[in-house]
Design a protein around this ligand. Structure first.
Ligand SMILES: NC(=O)c1ccc[n+]([C@@H]2O[C@H](COP(=O)([O-])OP(=O)(O)OC[C@H]3O[C@@H](n4cnc5c(N)ncnc54)[C@H](OP(=O)(O)O)[C@@H]3O)[C@@H](O)[C@H]2O)c1
Length: 391
């Protein structure tokens, strides 16, 4: 495999970054392929694109297979651009390497190597051993990783990528003092949240939010603001609801809570020592609810354990924490938040309202929790700010 940066490309290959951008763009529009990565592919021959493909959802064609089907006979002697190394193993579908080799392609250009330790590099080796040249476009690597930030993090660290979202007033308040928090932000901001939910493998909340707001925490697909192209690329999306996760140390969630009675799987994490079978039975939980007991004795659910088990047992790539100030603070203080998303509504909720994070007692500026601003946008009448905690 040859590693190349754009500046090293000869005049013959000067348009390679453009084709790779097309493959990356196809991948980026895909909302959720969990547990698989988002992948895009374009097939180029005689200076033009003859095939395009993207992975839609698990069990469906991989990007390379869709692109080969659309290229047909034109795939022979073509150059194939894929945003991630093609797979070499038989998973839910057959290996893409074999299909690319059988189609008689001449060159493969990739933007990232699969971080899955079981298959990393094997796809490249297999393709090369069939006499096909493989190139790795180094300049595109950062974009390829960004599209699959959760997939890479899970494969490399055993934890999912964690986004924590809060809706706040300009005085940084997340609920009135009586617990009411519906609705702080505009309908547009809430529609924006639907997209984050849709791209997540799991949505995590705490039992106090369940008790005070009785939310469903599912994706309302009709509220997703998608372009015609994005709709076309996400035809299977409506059938995928992220797993919903409640952190509830003492199993206080009522069996009648709305969140338990909408489509999709539910996990309730409880702290082992406090729960007895009688309590579990009295809840009459629906069949789609799985109770998960923390491995070690503790008063409260261990957040690291939750994330580890979501990655290991549920193959969650990206998780979305939608909780109140206490649980959000616990995630933050444990260093488990990768990205904080705050929707700021232009209203005041008053100094007795609930804070953004329940963190108190700081005495010097050196103790402040610091963030880097990643993005800032106006959404409806609100502002969305994406922040990266500085560790
Ligand atoms: N503005 C917003 O974006 C927003 C979003 C959600 C909620 N809210 C509001 O926030 C308020 C509730 O906030 P909240 O933070 O108290 O509720 P929460 O989101 O339900 O989280 C707190 C609860 O999580 C449970 N928990 C389990 N493991 C934990 C751990 N390791 N660390 C900390 N907590 C753990 C605790 O109950 P156990 O000890 O019993 O497990 C705790 O009481 C409500 O008024 C709601 O309306 C606002």
């Amino acid at each position: 495999m040859q590693r190349l940066s754009s500046s090293q490309l000869g005049s013959e290959f000067i348009d390679w970054p453009v084709y790779m951008r097309c493959a990356l763009d196809l991948a980026v529009t895909v909302i959720n392929t969990s547990p698989n990565p988002r992948v895009g592919c374009v097939i180029v021959k005689a200076g033009g694109i003859v095939g395009k493909g993207w992975h839609v959802s698990p069990g469906k064609d991989h990007a390379e297979i869709m692109a080969l089907k659309s290229a047909g006979e034109d795939a022979k002697s073509s150059t194939v651009f894929v945003s991630l190394e093609p797979c070499s193993h038989i998973g839910r579908t057959g290996p893409c390497c074999d299909a690319l080799i059988a189609a008689g392609i001449s060159r493969l250009v990739i933007a990232g190597i699969d971080p899955n330790p079981e298959i990393s590099g094997l796809g490249i080796k297999k393709i090369e051993s069939a006499g096909i040249e493989v190139f790795y476009l180094e300049d595109s690597e950062a974009a390829a990783r960004k599209i699959n930030v959760g997939y890479f993090k899970r494969r490399e660290t055993g934890l999912p990528y964690v986004r924590c979202k809060l809706a706040a007033s300009i005085d940084g308040r997340t609920a009135l003092s009586n617990g009411v928090s519906k609705w702080i932000t505009s309908a547009e901001a809430r529609a924006d949240v639907q997209l984050y939910r849709a791209q997540s493998s799991a949505i995590i909340t705490g039992v106090e939010t369940v008790l005070s707001d009785n939310p469903s925490m599912n994706v309302r697909f009709d509220e997703l603001n998608l372009t015609a192209e994005a709709k076309q690329q996400n035809l299977s999306l409506n059938s995928i609801q992220p797993l919903r996760v409640i952190l509830d140390s003492n199993l206080r969630t009522p069996g009648t809570a709305k969140i338990l009675h909408v489509d999709g799987g539910i996990r309730i994490y409880v702290a082992k020592k406090t729960i007895d079978q009688e309590l579990v039975e009295s809840k009459e939980l629906p069949d789609n609810v799985e109770l998960v007991f923390a491995e070690e004795e503790s008063q409260r659910v261990n957040l690291h354990f939750v994330l580890e088990s979501l990655a290991l047992n549920c193959e969650c790539n990206e998780v979305f924490v939608e909780a109140g100030p206490a649980l959000s603070a616990a995630f933050l203080e444990a260093g488990l938040i990768d990205e904080l998303i705050v929707y700021i509504a232009p209203k005041l909720l008053g100094s007795d309202a609930k804070p953004l994070f329940e963190i108190a007692g700081l005495q010097s500026m050196s103790e402040s929790r610091n963030f880097a601003v990643k993005d800032l946008d106006k959404v409806g009448d609100d502002i969305r700010v994406c922040l990266i905690p500085q560790k």
